[in-house]
Design a protein around this ligand. Structure first.
Ligand code: FMN
Length: 230
């Protein structure tokens, strides 16, 4: 396969751009997404792919709902905010209008065309993006809706490059994350003793691998009766 051929097919397809937002606990996140599509008719399902490098992905792991906003040509500022900056650095929701929607998902008030999904499944094939599939629970369309397309945002520099996904090697540089390979021995003690930064790095690492963990909760002990609940 030639990558030029692949790129040409994708460029000419010129997908509509969306802004995906999610909320979990007190955290809100959102980013521009070009990877999205309807993926079932009956039952109806819609899929989006989030980069493991993104703040939005890490919040989405804990969210029940996703809002998919379809910006139009006049919404360029929204695309620059959600595609060109990261929630790791700024609070994007302090720079735009929003209101809470189903399951606490933030709805962007300046973007009238949107779908809200209730998450049904998450699929990690080991690549740098994770597929989240959901059941549409709300759909609104602005009169005369004409979506902004991938080519319209070709000059927006993504807030996170996909290769910024946290990797195990980032914990081997002495920055304080400990050696994940040693977790088998004394894992409980290591996590209990971790400072906030190490804890954050381990959470990011888990998110990068596609597995959500909450290190604020004690680790589960061994099952007292392995035959129950089977
Ligand atoms: C045109 C364009 C398309 C993008 N497509 C996707 C995508 O499909 N999935 C994704 O997770 N990020 C995509 N991004 C990257 C994120 O929108 C960008 O890195 C964002 O700043 C991440 O913000 P966050 O760290 O707050 O989540 C795209 C960015 C642009 C400019």
């Amino acid at each position: 396969m030639t990558s030029a051929g692949f790129d040409t097919v994708v460029e000419r397809t010129d997908t509509a751009l969306i802004v995906v937002t999610v909320g979990a606990a007190e955290q809100r996140a959102g980013c521009v997404v070009g990877f999205h599509t309807q993926c079932s008719i009956d039952p109806v399902r819609y899929a989006v792919w989030l980069s493991k490098a993104n703040h939005t992905y890490r919040v989405a792991l804990f969210a029940t709902h996703l809002a998919l906003h379809f910006p139009e040509v006049g919404d360029r500022a929204l695309v620059e905010l959600f595609g060109g900056t990261s929630g790791d650095d700024i609070d994007k929701f302090a720079h735009c209008g929003w209101a809470p929607g189903p399951g606490g998902v933030p709805l962007l008030t300046d973007c009238a065309t949107r779908l809200v999904l209730r998450r049904t499944t998450l699929w990690d094939d080991g690549s740098d993006h994770v597929c989240i599939v959901g059941e549409p629970v709300a759909a609104d369309v602005a009169p005369g809706f004409a979506p902004l397309r991938l080519a319209d945002a070709a000059d927006v520099d993504a807030g996170h490059a996909a290769e910024e996904r946290p990797l195990p090697s980032s914990l081997e540089d002495g920055s304080g994350g400990g050696d994940v390979g040693d977790q088998e021995a004394g894992r409980d003690e290591e996590i209990a003793g971790a400072d906030e930064r190490s804890r954050h790095e381990l959470e990011e690492l888990a998110a990068g691998a596609g597995h959500a963990v909450d290190l604020s909760e004690p680790l589960p002990g061994p099952d007292p009766d392995p035959d129950t609940d089977r």
